[in-house]
Ligand binder design. Structure first.
Ligand code: A2P
Length: 338
């Protein structure tokens, strides 16, 4: 049984980590829910017990030692506080981008590179990848193993949940102001523009090469997870959906693909579910994949012109598959090692 801290326990991902720990039967001895000073006085429930939220401070881990600390309160919080958890003997499973590209920190999607977890002791930290990367590598890895992946072009359709509770609230408020005929007066705060009834082709800030940071995360993190310098280009778009991300992925392989084989490989891939029955209009959609722990794939088809190019559509719950569930699955694999 393990003592667990959740940094960002009042946030969208923190709350979901609690649900997933319970659902996946994780051996939890106790929970230390941490958040900012403004949440002190609130409490959370886990398996019939009530735990008071405590403020994240430099010495909170010394006073309440834990085995595993899930960090999900933003990069600057991880940068400042992860070391205190590690110094007090915890493994940190970090959901922010802060440590992801550090060469001494394993970046793990258990279905793809769980063997990298063995390097956790170098820093005491294991990084959870970006949400869009996680669901994409669920698909890329098993196909790469057979057909040798050379290039990926992906367009994402990312839900408001990627910006946390504030993002989801802003989308709902935007919709409400539309129905109140007041959308012209709506002021976006979390997103650069009103998201309701809109698409925003910018997630995170732009870099010098014209790509956004979010797009470059998909490039760099995928290469690190697959241990392969494949060519990748991403266009990341925020869409007015509450919590599942969708992706249109084009993959170019060294070998020609056989579509029956592709379906067979994906049907056996861990935590991947195929919904692909076009005659009956069946394909994955964000409204129906939310609150689940699987990555869904459909619209699987070979390119019209080239036999080594595959196109498909992939959807997964951003808060679960793209964050909380992956973090808990990392913790499960880590437990097998220690
Ligand atoms: P709080 O609710 O006290 O602000 P989300 O991603 O859904 O917006 O959630 C962010 C989470 O990170 C919340 O639990 C929030 O706590 C927590 N958080 C944000 N800043 C800090 C901080 N400086 N110290 C501790 N927790 C923080």
């Amino acid at each position: 049984m393990k003592k667990i801290a959740i940094v960002g326990a009042t946030g969208a991902v923190g709350e979901e980590i609690l649900n997933v720990l319970d659902e996946l039967d994780f051996p939890v001895e106790s929970i230390l829910p941490l958040a900012s000073a403004k949440s002190v006085g609130m409490s959370i429930e886990f398996r019939g017990k009530t735990y008071k939220i405590q403020e994240l401070t430099e010495d909170v881990f010394r006073k309440n030692p834990v085995d595993i600390a899930f960090f999900s309160a933003g990069g600057s919080v991880s940068e400042k506080y992860a070391k205190y958890a590690v110094d007090c003997g915890a493994v940190v499973i970090d959901n922010t981008s802060h440590f992801r590209m550090d060469k001494d920190v394993p970046l793990v999607v258990p279905e793809c590179n769980s063997e990298d977890i063995k390097n956790w002791e170098k820093t005491g930290i294991i990084a959870n990848p970006n949400c869009s990367t996680i669901q994409m590598v669920h698909i890329l890895k098993p196909l790469d193993d057979v057909f040798n992946l050379k290039r990926v072009d992906v367009s994402t359709y990312q839900a408001a949940s990627g910006a946390g509770k504030e993002g989801m609230e802003e989308l709902v408020e935007g919709m409400q102001s539309f129905f109140a005929f007041k959308i012209e007066d709506f002021e976006a705060k979390t997103f650069p523009y009103t998201l309701a009834l809109n698409l925003i082709p910018q997630i995170d800030v732009f870099t010098e090469n014209g790509y956004t940071k979010e797009e470059l995360k998909m490039v760099n993190e995928t290469q690190k997870i697959l241990h392969k310098n494949i060519e990748i280009s991403a266009t990341c778009v925020r869409v007015p959906v509450l919590r599942s991300h969708s992706e249109a992925i084009t993959m170019q392989f060294e070998k020609d693909i056989d579509i029956t084989r592709v379906r067979e490989i994906l049907s056996k891939a861990q935590n991947v579910v195929i919904i692909d029955d076009i005659k009956n209009k069946k394909y994955p959609m964000p409204l129906f994949t939310s609150d689940t722990n699987e990555t869904y794939v459909g619209r699987i088809r070979c390119d019209i012109n080239r036999k080594n190019i595959l196109h498909l559509w992939c959807v997964a719950d951003q808060i679960r598959v793209g964050a909380a569930t992956n973090a808990v699955r990392i913790a499960q694999k880590w437990l097998e090692l220690v």
